[in-house]
Design a protein around this ligand. Structure first.
Ligand SMILES: [Zn+2]
Length: 230
């Protein structure tokens, strides 16, 4: 149930039911201008920061949360997995940059817990959508990376050698562990490496890879924010 918006992002169509919400998962065809969003200097950490409504770089970290109408938070990716989370009752939103290092540090779980403990969200009110990143078809890693997933993938016996890891699935598991109902955690099934026409990919394009912006924002009352306006 993903659709394309006029500006070239992918949108999770069921979220159109929330008139207060705006979001998009970046593609190579969407604008990559960050100036309208609150962003982070992303360092592959598990740091979650609270943003208000002011655009600009807030500091170092890899997940942002805002409850402020007019606020719009964004993450940059090119293979790492973008995750957007909403509290549909209290109107709080989060954006997460989950590469393999952030995933190992459980950033998706930490972000959900941040909403629950810091904002009083009920897990049953949270919805998450896991956007396009490098998928299990293409994320082949050596044992030095694979072994770091041992506690996250306790059933796997092949983590001491070259293997493939599905980062979206690991992030999904973390969100379920944080208490989100399974029906409220959606994946997209897209792969940034395979879908050349749609996505930048660091693994495929190396230093030539661009970056894509995934964003989520809270509209003001009766407002028509144009975060992507030319
Ligand atoms: Zn792939």
């Amino acid at each position: 149930m993903f659709g394309r918006s006029p500006e070239g992002t992918y949108r999770w169509i069921p979220w159109d039911a929330y008139p207060w919400l705006e979001h998009g998962f970046g593609t190579r065809h969407a604008p990559s201008d960050l100036s309208r969003f609150t962003t982070l200097r992303q360092i592959h950490s598990a740091i979650v920061l609270d943003a208000g409504a002011l655009p600009g770089c807030l500091g170092e970290g890899d997940a942002l949360v805002t409850a402020e109408p007019g606020g719009c938070i964004g993450v940059k990716t090119a293979d790492c997995v973008p995750v957007l989370v909403i509290d549909r009752r209290q109107r709080v939103v989060a954006s997460v940059h989950a590469g393999w290092r952030g995933t190992v540090q459980r950033i998706a779980w930490r972000t959900a817990r941040h909403l629950i403990e810091g904002y009083g969200s009920r897990a049953s009110d949270l919805e998450a959508v896991i956007g396009p990143g490098i998928a299990g078809c293409c994320f082949e890693v050596g044992p030095e990376v694979a072994v770091q997933f041992t506690s996250l993938l306790p059933d796997r016996t092949d983590l001491d050698g070259r293997t493939r890891i599905d980062l979206a699935e690991v992030n999904r598991t973390q969100l379920l562990e944080a208490g989100l109902p399974a029906s409220q955690v959606q994946g997209c099934g897209m792969c940034t490496v395979c879908q050349v026409e749609d996505f930048h990919s660091y693994r495929r394009d190396r230093e030539h890879a661009g970056r894509m912006i995934s964003y989520i924002g809270l509209k003001k009352e009766n407002g028509r924010e144009r975060w992507f306006a030319p």
